[in-house]
Design a protein around this ligand. Sequence first.
Ligand code: C5P
Length: 335
Amino acid sequence: MYLSMQKNFRAFTVLAFIVTFTMFLFGFTLRDPSLYFFKYAIRKSDIFFSNGQCGCQQCMTELEDDPWFTERFNLSVHPLLSRRNSLLTNDTYRWWQRLQDHKDPANFSEVVEKLFQVIPDNDNLYKDAGPERCRTCAVVGNSGNLKGSRYGPLIDSSDVIIRMNMAPTSGFEEDVGSRTTHHVMYPESAVDLENTTILLLIPFKTLDLQWITSALTTGSIKETYIPVRSRIKANKNRVLIYNPAFFKYVYDTWLENHGRYPSTGFLSLLFAMHICDKVSVYGFGADRYGNWHHYWDNNYHGGEFRKTGVHDGDHENNVTLLLADKHKIDIFRGF
Ligand code: C5P
């Protein structure tokens, strides 16, 4: 009898100790961010997955990343242009100017200054990575493989939804979703946007920076190498510019100079990888019959992006598949 009472007492003491210790840790870690490991272990029960780099189960950067990825992934090149990072190296400037070989470009710094008098110059955007953030992003390419996919609700459930060029949503919601947080374009592929959507301009030449300034104000620029829209409907407080230095980093580091320059889709993918914790890719590649058309047209033999000859679609595809293999992105292949 005495022995059994003693055993019960010991069990009770151990239990009380465990409860007190757990409560102590829980209360303490909520106040002390240096103990996020415990906080996440308790709150998310993903003690074996989260390494504290971000709030998702798996983060873009992991403590034990493979060398192929870490050699390439460079967070010191910011994807967006600001006044502060607009002083391009000679090498970058020359490479960028040659992309579309526009004769007699205007003075780059003056153009940048005028641009940032029209759109905001925010040097701190997306620099909020940390253990509390789990930003999920959907990069939606324009492939016909989205047709019949019913990915709409899945795409719409992401925090950030990046679409590009002429991509419509109206009439295709079931397959491609209806929300767009970022729309990537260049002057020759420009479309009107909702007031809440961020316009992400990929400039291929100085004239493109002058074009966006003009398209949001006077409407004076009406052509580049082809006629372009002189005005576009977009919220000028929500315009971002793809950094030419980041453009070159994508080309040199990720594509190892394959093709003349990266496609809009590949540039959007790398942008997402640098601002998101989890990236899902939709609408890339051919459909199941090998066609490269857009999801909104029935021109099955279209697929201009394969035909222009400026992109190395196969190499881009291989790198994208490798990223998925290494669990850096998820690819939704469509149909
Ligand atoms: O045709 P467009 O350039 O507007 O498409 C945007 C992006 O979508 C491309 O750069 C490419 O990455 C992707 N795409 C694709 N397969 C297609 C059509 C587009 O991978 N059939």
